[in-house]
Write a protein of this length. Structure first.
Length: 382
């Protein structure tokens, strides 16, 4: 194999029951025959990428099915994924295999099939455990459905179980957020939490009708951020990235691949890939994606060369958002430049004296209070 001995794989499943009001990910309504074509296309795309990049049986270290709603696929389509796509991967070195699920489309049968396919991590798009907030967000499930899933014993068979949470939703209060957090962590199986502040993209229903929704004000959202952090830390989770919390040994290794600039291939419409020093993205249109693949063409929408300066900026930006911070030895190895030659060291010293960074063993670690100011540090440095 020429350019990558170890790889991660992201697979985008673009089907959803309906569109959530905050969502700007690419998704379309589920249709069984289109899903069949799509699964076939994913396998063809993998073969095309391997041919173009001259990858011969790369060792796959993490696999992540995201969406969309991967759990919406019926069992027979998951079996087909196993036969036509997963069978193509060399999984001898696989350490993590994650699937994003929604509570309304999860079942004991699906859990059992995913385990048979080698899945060892599931994450649930819970977002809130308050029915009023779920309705406002346009989610399909309700609190009862979410809680039923999170307490199912079969979850113990997965190595890790994660939940996604959004705060800053219309009508949300500190009390309702605290209640959501308590009920989430009451499940003994949950050991990872991704908690995102709501961002409103213009293309979403929230963006188009911003004025009619009672969004909490900026101060309340800031308070919510601190409530989430304080609560999860007190519950024994580690904040290893600005929006990601894990119990010991339950970090998302796949996400760390992105943040570490390690190689990954994204398959499916709207998927992104990085094979050093190139990054590219696939088209965000289901029809165009299928058409390209049926003509044996890669469905690219853009591709870029990552030069040293861009790589250095990205490593800094992503490092400042992680408790592990920036490893200067890795930084220098990857960029070929000295850390102090590319970064304003006076500013780094100022961040250390404010208690936002700590220097240890050639690494600038980001402290819990530093994570709150990650964007400020990045703005000042750039
Ligand atoms: S289920 Fe997820 S991907 Fe689908 S519309 Fe809702 S937020 Fe977006």
């Amino acid at each position: 194999m020429k350019s990558a001995s170890q790889l991660s794989i992201y697979i985008h499943i673009p089907f959803c029951v309906s569109k959530c009001r905050y969502c700007d990910f690419y998704s379309t309504k589920y249709d069984s025959s289109l899903a069949e074509l799509y699964i076939d296309a994913l396998a063809v795309e993998w073969d095309l990428v391997c041919r173009e990049k001259q990858l011969t049986e790369p060792q796959i270290v993490t696999i992540y099915f995201g969406g969309g709603t991967p759990s919406l696929l019926p069992l027979k389509q998951w079996q087909k994924i196993g036969r036509s796509l997963l069978s193509r991967f060399n999984r001898d070195s696989l350490i993590e295999f994650s699937v994003e699920c929604n509570p309304d489309s999860f079942s004991a049968e699906l859990a059992s099939l995913l385990l048979q396919l080698g899945v060892n991590r599931v994450t649930f798009g819970i977002q809130s455990l308050c029915d009023k907030e779920l309705r406002a967000a346009g989610r399909v499930h309700n609190v009862q459905t979410a809680l039923n899933v999170l307490h199912q014993q079969y979850l113990k068979n997965f190595r890790s179980v994660g939940v996604d949470l959004i705060y800053g939703l219309p009508g949300q209060s500190i009390d309702s957020l605290s209640m959501t957090l308590q009920n989430l962590t009451a499940s003994e199986y949950v050991n990872h939490c991704s908690a995102y502040e709501l961002t409103i993209a213009e293309s979403t229903a929230f963006g188009r009708h911003r004025r009619i929704f009672p969004f909490p004000d900026e101060d309340s959202v800031y308070e919510m951020t601190t409530v989430v952090i304080d609560y999860l830390l007190q519950e024994g989770f580690e904040q290893y990235e600005i929006s990601n919390f894990a119990r010991k040994n339950h970090r998302s290794l796949h996400n760390e691949t992105y943040w570490d600039h390690r190689n990954y291939i994204g398959l499916g419409c709207a998927a992104h890939s990085y094979l050093h020093p190139y990054r590219w993205a696939n088209v965000s249109d289901f029809g165009v994606y299928l058409e390209k693949i049926s003509g044996n063409k890669l469905p690219r929408s853009f591709s870029e060369f990552i030069d040293t300066e861009t790589l250095a900026k990205e490593m800094l930006f992503l490092g400042l958002r992680r408790s592990d911070g920036i490893d200067t030895e890795v930084f220098e190895k990857r960029t070929g430049k000295e850390f102090s030659a590319l970064v304003d060291m006076k500013k780094i010293e100022a961040f250390i004296s404010k208690g936002w960074l700590q220097y240890r063993n050639s690494r600038y670690l980001v402290t819990p209070s530093g994570l709150l100011f990650a964007d400020t540090m990045a703005r000042e440095l750039f």
